[in-house]
Design a protein around this ligand. Structure first.
Ligand code: 1GP
Length: 244
């Protein structure tokens, strides 16, 4: 059984030890349980440290069996990164309890969270409060459409930094700077480094990272964890550049 706070504590310890964390994002709708052997051989041989599972919209009841299959292939911690309360399952080790603090839609700031409470199996799932900040990336993202919110402008550094700081002051345990899945450009390093300087909690970034250089740029700018989904879906050979 997962110990309470084990994932978050490990994350803090790894960050203190200077380790760079990499989460492989799996969208349950796109994941084929039958053909996942080769994929996980590559994941397990790579520097990936976490598996994130979720999507803006996922077919009902699909997440739990996908996580079960993932857990049969890897010992990496599995963290729910849900777009909706229907994706909650205690098959995972932890849940990013995301509040979309870049937006002003009350449903995604607090409403969905209230709905989630009766669905959260409190026995094993570690819940990690996370401030989720969507930043414009040059195209309309699924998050933007589903949540009916506007992303923050990538040119408004002050608002981005103040939003992340407000998240920390509200007691959130992590900040996630999101460009959106399949974004044409990742979050610019200048935004990551300004945010890093302003907050002391772990900083995650993701969206649009497709090569090792962009990954290194994100870490060098101060990201503690990088999340990659699309690049691995489109090109599993990318794992070969990220071998342990
Ligand atoms: C999306 O940040 C994640 O929520 C990952 O994005 O699919 O573009 O890697 P990509």
């Amino acid at each position: 059984m997962t110990q309470k706070n084990a994932i978050h504590d490990n994350l803090l310890n790894s960050i203190t030890a200077g380790k760079r964390l990499l989460a492989v994002l799996i969208d349950p709708d796109k994941f084929c349980v039958q053909n996942s052997n080769g994929f996980f051989e590559k994941v397990n041989a790579s520097v990936a440290t976490h598996i994130f599972v979720g999507g803006s919209t996922v077919e009902d009841h699909r997440t739990a069996p996908v996580i079960k299959a993932i857990k049969s292939h890897t010992d990496l911690p599995v963290v729910l990164f849900p777009g909706d309360v229907t994706q909650l399952t205690d098959n995972a080790d932890a849940l990013l309890f995301l509040s979309l603090i870049s937006g002003r839609n009350p449903d995604y700031l607090i409403g969905k969270h209230v709905d989630a409470v009766s669905r959260i199996p409190r026995t094993t799932l570690e819940i990690i409060s996370t401030g989720y900040i969507l930043i414009e990336s040059g195209k309309t993202t699924a998050v933007e459409k589903v949540t009916n919110t506007r992303p923050l402008s990538r040119h408004d550094l002050e608002t981005i930094v103040n939003t992340a700081t407000a998240g920390e002051l509200l007691g959130m345990k992590m900040i996630y700077l999101e460009a959106g899945s399949g974004a044409p450009e990742p979050i610019p390093p200048a935004i990551i480094s300004a945010t890093r300087k302003a907050i002391s909690i772990p900083l995650i970034t993701g969206g649009g990272i497709r090569n090792k250089e962009q990954l290194e740029d994100a870490y060098n700018a101060g990201a503690d964890m990088v999340v990659i989904g699309t690049a691995f879906e489109e090109n599993e050979a990318f794992f070969n550049q990220l071998k342990k």
